[in-house]
Design a protein around this ligand. Structure first.
Ligand SMILES: C[S@@+](CC[C@H](N)C(=O)[O-])C[C@H]1O[C@@H](n2cnc3c(N)ncnc32)[C@H](O)[C@@H]1O
Length: 209
């Protein structure tokens, strides 16, 4: 698995062109359409990249914060959404108080952390009562994947398997002290109609803890 420094370097290199990805733009919008925003005051996007998810949300009274390991990605995010607070930080260990956030979003990032269940426990710690975590992950049968390549030493299929089915996500919820409340599927097709990516968008509630 890549180290934090290697990940930051890899995404620094991608930062200038990252927003050109129709997959990432489309999935961010699908997540923004999926989340429930009633009563929400504080939203945290972990592994925010260029802030696509926060940029896709409707305007509202909520405070927006994004954290990412890559300074290059954070620089793009800050320029694109000056009203949000973006920090360079490791999302698996955050210097934020307990119960300070209503919604944590994490889109195509959880497969990059060394211990996903531990990271999700950290995000659960940040949730106010009634708050939730929304993860977007690549489905097992996605025709393509973004993310780790054989050049990084392990295969995309292996990296995404723990997050690619509702059964796997239920196991992850159990290991994190969360419960699966809702799951949606999102698909991107190419211009000729062939499926390119299939993703799962899952809402985890914190009230089962
Ligand atoms: C595939 S990108 C997804 C970006 C964004 N969520 C989106 O949907 O466009 C994964 C991002 O996660 C970040 N990342 C990976 N591990 C991280 C960690 N432990 N803490 C913070 N950011 C991390 C990477 O730097 C990269 O910007």
């Amino acid at each position: 698995m890549e180290t934090a420094a290697e990940l930051a370097e890899r995404f620094d290199r991608r930062a200038p062109d990252y927003d050109g990805s129709a997959m990432h733009r489309g999935l961010a919008q699908a997540v923004a359409d999926f989340v429930r925003l009633g009563g929400v005051r504080d939203i945290l996007d972990v592994g925010t990249g260029t802030g696509l998810v926060l940029r896709s949300l409707p305007a509202g009274p909520w405070r927006l914060m994004g954290v990412d390991l890559s300074p290059g990605m954070v620089q793009v995010a800050r320029a694109a959404l000056p009203s949000a607070r973006f920090e360079v930080a490791d999302a698996t260990s955050l210097d934020l108080p307990d119960a300070s956030v209503d919604l944590v979003t994490c889109v195509t990032m959880v497969h990059l952390v060394p211990d996903a269940a531990a990271a999700m426990r950290e995000w659960r710690r940040l949730l106010r009562p009634g708050g939730c975590l929304v993860l977007a992950t690549f489905a097992d049968d996605s025709p393509s994947w973004h993310g780790p390549t054989p050049q990084t030493g392990y295969s995309p299929a292996d990296a995404h398997a723990p997050f690619g089915s509702s059964e796997a996500l239920e196991r992850l919820a159990a290991a994190s002290g969360l419960v699966v409340d809702r799951v949606a599927e999102w698909e991107l097709r190419s211009a000729d109609g062939a499926p390119e990516y299939r993703c799962l968008i899952t809402e985890f509630g914190s009230d089962g803890r």
